[in-house]
Structures are given as C-alpha cells and as structure tokens.
Write a protein of this length. Sequence first.
Length: 500
Amino acid sequence: MTTMVETMDYDEVVERFDPVLGLEVHVELSTATKMFCGCATTFGAEPNTQVCPTCLGLPGSLPVMNGAAVESAIRIGLALNCQIAPWCRFARKNYFYPDMPKNFQTSQYDEPIAFDGWMDLELPDGETVRVGIERAHMEEDTGKSLHVGGATGRIHGASHSLLDYNRAGVPLIEIVTKPIEGVGARAPEVARAYVTALRDLLRALDVSDVRMDQGSLRCDANVSLRERGVSEFGTRTETKNVNSLRSVERAVRYEMTRQAAVLAGGGEVVQETRHFHEADGSTSPGRVKETAEDYRYFPEPDLVPIAPSEEWIERLRGTLPEKPAERRKRIQQDWQLSDLELRDLLNAGAVEVIASTVDAGATPDEARSWWVSYLAQQANTRGVELAELPISPAQVARVIALVNSGELTNSLAKQVVDGVLAGEGDPDDVVAARGLAVVSDDSALNAAVDEALAAQPDVADKIRGGKVQAAGAIVGAVMKATNNQADAKRVRELILERCS
C-alpha cells in the first residue's frame, strides 16, 4: 500500500507553477540476438535459458558488437532528425545490482551515436508541440528480479528474490528529450503524446515491437516545478519504468500535484527516483538519485569505437519508412475519413493498429469494426491502450479472413480473439484447440435440423404453412445444439428445404 501524501488541486498547480519535463524512453530492439553475444532474445523463454559466459559476465568472456543493433540505432537517430556521430564509443557504467551480473552496464556516456534532434507532436485538438531530442544512445538491458513473499512485488517485505538473466544484454536504445518547457497545464498530455508518437515511429521503423506491457518500451518521467516567472529549474524527480501511455500521463500529473504541495508548504523536493502505482496513480520514493560521477564512467576497453561512414548513413536514411504523420494523412484520404473521424481514431489510439490490420489483408471497414468495438471493449476492461493488447494486427486480420471464408461466425470469432488475448496462440491454434470451426458438413447440419423440427412440430407446421419467419426458432435450436458453430444462413436454407 502507498502512504497518503498531500497534493494540490491541479488547477492551482498550473496557476502557481511552471512544469518542466524530461522524458527518457528505453526501447528494446527486436534483434535476433543480444547486444554483445549470440544469445537469443525471445520474450517469455524459461528463466536463465538464454544466457552465456558473456552476458553472465564470467571471467575471460569478451563482447562482440551486434551490427544490426547499430544500424537500428542510426535509423532511429535519423528518424528523430538527429545528427549521427562520425565517431563514438561505448563506456562502462559501474554500479552493483543483482540483475547486473557484470557489476557494470555497457552503455554510452558522453559520446552517443545520435544527438540534437527533434520530434513534432500533434495534440488531440490539433496543436503542434516540438520536443527536442538530447540524445539517443546504445546500451544493454539488465536482467530481471522477481521479489517473492511480499505484498507489493517489490524488494521491501519480500522473503527472497529470484533472478532471470535472459534479458541481460538485450540491445536497448535510450532516447532522452531536452527539457520540455512552456507547455503548462498540458504537460501530462504532452508527455503521453510524445511517448505515443515515439512508439508509432519505432513501430514504423520495425526496430522494436514496442510492447509496453512486456517492457520492450519503458518510460522514465522526470518532472520539476518552478515558480511562475522564474527561469531556474526546480529539483526534479524521476518516476521509473512507467509501462503504459495512460500511466505516463497520470504519473506526470500526480508528481506535479505532489511537488506543488511540498513547495507550497515550505518544503524541498528531494531529487530521487520514484515508483508509480497503477492502482491509484500515485508515486512513492525509490532511491536518492545518483549523479554521473557516482557511476564512474570510463571507456569500454573491450569494444572498438564506431565510426559510421557517410555512405553507410545515407544508405540507412534511404530505408526510412513513411513518417507516421504523413501516413495518417494518406490513410485519411484512402479511407475517406472526415477530420472528426480521424481525430476520434487518433484519440482512441486506433489508427496505426487499423492500418497494420489493413496491411495484413483486411479491409479498412472490417479492421475499424474490430478495433473500435470489441477490441476497444477488451482494452477498456484491461485498462490498457489498444496497441498494448496481446493481439497483433496480423492476428486480427487472420480472424477476419476466417470469418470471410465462412470458417468462423462473428460469435465464434470473438471467442477466438478471447483465446488469443488469453495467450493461447495464434487464431488457427485457438480454433483447433477450442474446436471452434464452423460446422459446414450438410449431413451433420441436416441431422440437427431434423432433430429440431421433430422437437417442435407445431413450429415445423407453421413453416410448412408458409410462415417462414417461424424458422428463426428452429435456427436458434440448431445453433444451440451445435454450440453456435453452425452457419446460421445455411441452417435456415436447410430448414426451408426440409419444410418445402
């Protein structure tokens, strides 16, 4: 449980204080192997099965750089309008933590591969905000700790901890904004819009699956307040590993109200990391924030510097996809959407998932129907964004294809989607495992029709007498007998044939 702390009314916060944001987004790259070794990066593997002497930090092991990860870093930098360093190198960031088996993280310090860029954000009402990008640098991910026996899942109160090093060494890009100033009351909204736009860009680049629910995209939100009219920044806090778009917005808003209450009461904000709590949207103290000096950075002696040539950079620039904003304009024309319809889809976070579903073979209307109705309901129930649902656009397109081919009814299709969301595999796997395929064998359907007609002779007589609307009762009986796996249209045809 979190301890209740004093907060200030949000309207009063923005009247008295000017918020300044700094957002650090960690992106796991979707390379087949880790940053400095050949271990696989498959999510969800059995603990400690994707490790080797290098990512475990055993004596005598040496790193080898992942070229695909370097290319992804350069493409990300170019897409963010950054300068690409003509020469850069890795550094050792030294600290002890159980999920860092080497006792240091191989990262980049004062020589990032990409720096000084920008990204334009379009807010829901059409206003555009430009966010400066300080740097995008390469590093490796840490392992994962599981704290057992406590009430919160954190180390405090746990009886013991388990360590999984599968994630240790997975390639990461950390993207750091310049201070975001002057957005006032819209600060939480801007934070969410930035992470949303960045996620869409990274997905378009196909460098990461950007699954916030699986930790492949994580945001650290830095927030500080200063009195109106004051130019000097206030003391910041860093809310770590926020893992949904909605939570990014809530974390920034809460920190603004908490810090404002501290300052208004004559106190001082402590520079520290903080934990975000999904249940009530609050944050709680983590640890006093270290400075760069605490990490004792020094150049990594076991890796050569990186010096991308102009030819290499320009070749990678040529691989950049259509920018999401430009793609949305094209989509609006192709789908014949009004500005209001497009804005509604954007606000629902549905444009990119619908577009990807269309790319996978569905029509725009079919894709829209699924994402803004049934799947939107599932997202609301789970409290996540549409794109964070554990179902891919390709899987949704496959469900639609099964309906169009007559192998599934709409009712069965929803059950298949439920199975995919429950982690039971791809749509075809769920159909096979749950036995959800439409009953299309006429002999089996005829037997079910005959049984239903025999059970309701008065209804059968009405149908034979010309009251074809009475067939609905027999259709319902057949559908119940076949667990809704019959094609209702074909059942109706067979009933009318039998009663003609």
